[in-house]
Design a protein around this ligand. Structure first.
Ligand SMILES: Nc1ncnc2c1ncn2[C@@H]1O[C@H](COP(=O)(O)OP(=O)(O)OP(=O)(O)O)[C@@H](O)[C@H]1O
Ligand SMILES: [Mg+2]
Length: 295
């Protein structure tokens, strides 16, 4: 059948802007300019006491994307499960870890930092030893400030330090928040995901009040979004209604490429650089630079 004129979109010059998944006009964040000098780092904790929401995946993928934009990135595995170290292909047995630094048996963080296969992205690994840290540190003087002290002598060399927290609001997470300038909350687009966020924000407020007046919420990043389901769209809409501009425009879709990349122990930007999932984390990196959360 011949196309009739009615099929053609009318071009009035006043077309509605293309909306992103958050319901705001979709923005192309500009390619960041290369940095002329490096450091001191802005320290950002990736935090959510709910398990399996994409904290580790975001730390790896965002870290790699930032490194590809020429930023010097240090990722800290702050979870005894060691998923960040494994995801970056760094062995965790018979090696120095963040635990040695927290306990003070190793004084210089440089001895513990390991390179990854992504140039510009380094990691401080963790293993199951870290699960004993909360018990060992509980009687320390200024026990909430130990990570902050550990990072002091390396912060000058990096542009950003990303701390991958464990799914709890215990002493380790409080240490991460006390050391941080900002918090990034990965939030799974699933109904029950919303329930813990108020408690997390309350914890951040308490840390700001008592330990770290400078800490700010850098943003909430929606993860595991499936645009085909009404459920995910409704959850994202509720998150935007509740948290407004704190919700970042970059949204990470659900895709099996992430578990595949974990098996390959490579960041998504290396494992599948052309996949929309890699592009989404590059967009997140550009958005955070654009917002000033990262230099
Ligand atoms: N956007 C996504 N789409 C599909 N799968 C994902 C996505 N992001 C992460 N995953 C997968 O979901 C699982 C949990 O992700 P991840 O380990 O990043 O969460 P986490 O919040 O760090 O979990 P934990 O609380 O246990 O530390 C992993 O198997 C990961 O590969
Ligand atoms: Mg994790």
């Amino acid at each position: 059948m011949a196309r009739t004129k009615v099929d053609e979109p009318e071009l009035t010059g006043l077309e509605a802007p293309v909306l992103g998944p958050t319901g705001r006009p979709r923005t192309e964040f500009p390619e960041p300019k290369p940095l002329k000098a490096h450091g001191p780092a802005r320290i950002i904790s990736l935090c959510n006491q709910k398990g399996g929401v994409g904290k580790t995946t975001t730390t790896i993928s965002l870290g790699a994307a930032l490194a590809e934009y020429g930023r010097r990135v240090l990722a800290i595995d702050f979870d005894p499960q060691g998923a960040l170290s494994a995801g970056l292909g760094v062995a965790t047995h018979d090696t120095l870890t963040i635990y040695d630094l927290l306990l003070g048996t190793v004084k210089d963080a440089h001895q513990v930092i390991r390179p990854t296969s992504t140039p510009g992205l380094d990691v401080i690994p963790a293993n199951i030893d870290l699960s004993a840290a909360e018990v060992h540190l509980v009687n320390e003087v200024a026990r909430e400030q130990i990570l902050s002290r550990v990072l002091r002598n390396v912060a000058q060399e990096y542009d950003v330090i990303l701390v991958d927290c464990q799914p709890s609001l215990g002493l380790l997470t409080v240490n991460a928040l006390t050391a941080s300038h900002g918090v990034l909350i990965p939030l799974e687009c699933e109904y029950f995901a919303l329930r813990g966020v108020a408690l997390l924000i309350e914890t951040i407020d308490k840390v700001r009040d008592r330990l770290n007046p400078a800490i700010m919420l850098d943003g909430i990043v929606a993860t595991m979004y499936d645009s085909r389901t009404l459920h995910a769209r409704e959850v994202l809409q509720r998150v935007v209604d509740q948290f407004g501009d704190n919700v970042l425009e970059s949204v990470i879709s659900r895709t099996v490429k992430f578990p595949d990349a974990s098996v390959a122990a490579a960041p998504i930007t290396q494992f599948a650089p052309e996949h929309p999932a890699a592009k989404a984390y590059q967009q997140l990196a550009r958005e955070l630079i654009h917002r000033g959360a990262i230099a």
